[in-house]
Design a binder for this molecule. Structure first.
Ligand SMILES: Cc1ncc(COP(=O)(O)O)c(C=O)c1O
Length: 401
């Protein structure tokens, strides 16, 4: 048999961790690995806005027929407005073509396949560090990658000078992958002035900005979180945006994403989309209907949309509250490390600074699971495990002493 002759593939670093977590019989276990929001009861809830849309859909849906390769047109229109904001959408929506994709991952993949097809020698520049799957997707697309400096782990913030110095040298034919907000895995984002610097470099150097926008609304707010993206889009002729509604609409398993192609003209954007459709056709044929239909209903109905915005705000504020509690809990228990930086980071993730030995200790001795490199999903904390986690982290720090 074919399978007898090959070795098993290693488990995915993040999803494999969740599998190990599920198998762990210890009752006090805590999963701070995978990027999933949980409420204080430990549930990843279906949002009320989505539930209401689900009821509407149940009553009105007439078919489960295939969608077009580029997905549900109403979804594409709503997503363009959401990603660009009303003002920029009105100014440039004609230059943007949108294709619905299976999650943000699908958008990153189609975007990279597109790049590989039409610029086969392009290198994709990635932040150091970045979401692990970025490297896997680029490799699968056959694209070379290089890193640009991003996280300064000593000063626990973005190394803006290092990043800009490298981006100035990136050749015009390459692409630069940039997290729009809530950087995964570090939680460290660019400030508006830094975005202006990046925008000016992009405009001058001529490389293709390739944005990954998976956490809209989890940083500072819907309008605030797109500020950096808009700063760049206002200054460059072309860009790619991979967008996801997995986290902010709680639609994880529905696979709801979009690829936005920004071009110099409406015609060029449509040409780009025609090629993206060709690539989607051979990968998954056409995207799934259900989640996109829900998202289109939520975003297209003013009342549901207002409710969704409130729900995003509630999730965002919960994560911020958890950050505050985590910092307070750690500060009260030890003085070896100043963890205040966790409070100024955005989104679900934080680079805790814990080393491999400490991460292994927490997992083996304390049943606390976090990704290698010490990435914590802050959104996985709860009031009933906060003290336990702070205590355990404080204990793990003693390993260094
Ligand atoms: C940076 C980043 N991009 C893209 C994604 C993809 O999200 P999904 O495919 O679940 O929509 C994620 C999810 O963890 C992410 O963290």
């Amino acid at each position: 048999m074919f399978y007898n002759s090959i070795e098993a593939a290693p488990p995915d670093p993040i999803l494999g961790l969740t599998e190990a977590f599920r198998r762990d019989p210890r009752e006090h276990k805590v999963n701070l690995g995978v990027g999933v929001f949980v409420d204080d009861a430990g549930r990843t809830p279906v949002l009320e806005s989505v539930r209401r849309a689900e009821r509407m859909l149940w009553e009105t849906e007439k078919t489960k027929d295939y969608l077009p390769i580029a997905g549900l047109p109403t979804y594409g229109r709503e997503v363009a407005r959401l990603v660009l904001g009303d003002e920029l959408h009105a100014a440039m929506a004609g230059r943007v073509a949108v294709g619905q994709t299976p999650g943000g991952t699908g958008a990153v993949r189609i975007g990279m396949d597109l790049l590989k097809t039409y610029r086969p020698d392009a290198t994709v520049w990635m932040s150091s560090p970045t979401w692990g799957n970025h490297h896997g997707i680029a490799a699968a697309a056959g694209l070379a990658t290089r890193d640009y400096p991003y996280y300064d782990s000593v000063r626990t913030r973005v190394d803006v000078d290092g990043m800009c110095a490298t981006l100035e040298q990136v050749p015009a034919g390459d692409a630069v992958l940039i997290h729009v907000c809530c950087h995964n895995p570090t939680g460290a984002d660019l400030e508006p002035e830094a975005w202006e610097r990046v925008a000016a470099i992009a405009a001058k150097a001529g490389w293709l900005p390739f944005f990954d926008f998976a956490y809209l609304g989890f940083g500072e707010g819907l309008a605030e979180d797109r500020t950096g993206l808009l700063a760049v889009l206002k200054r460059v002729p072309e860009a790619v945006v991979a967008f996801s509604l997995s986290k902010n609409m709680g639609l994880y398993s529905e696979r709801v994403g979009a690829l936005l192609l920004v071009a110099e003209s409406a015609e060029s954007a449509e040409v780009g989309l025609s090629h993206a459709k060709r690539l989607g056709r051979v990968l998954y044929s056409n995207p799934p209907r259900h989640g996109a239909a829900l998202a289109a209903l939520v975003l297209g109905d003013p009342e549901l949309c207002a409710l969704w915005e409130e729900e995003v705000k509630t999730m965002r504020e919960r994560i911020r509250g958890l950050r505050r509690q985590l910092v307070a809990g750690l500060t009260a228990r030890q003085s070896a490390v100043d963890f205040c930086f966790i409070e100024s980071q955005h989104g679900m993730f934080s680079f805790s600074g814990l080393n491999d030995a400490q991460v292994a200790f927490l997992r083996e001795e304390k049943a606390i699971y976090m990704a290698k490199g010490g990435r914590i999903n802050v959104a996985g904390l709860r009031s009933d495990n906060m003290d336990y986690v702070c205590e355990a982290i404080a204990e793990s720090l003693k390993l260094d002493e």
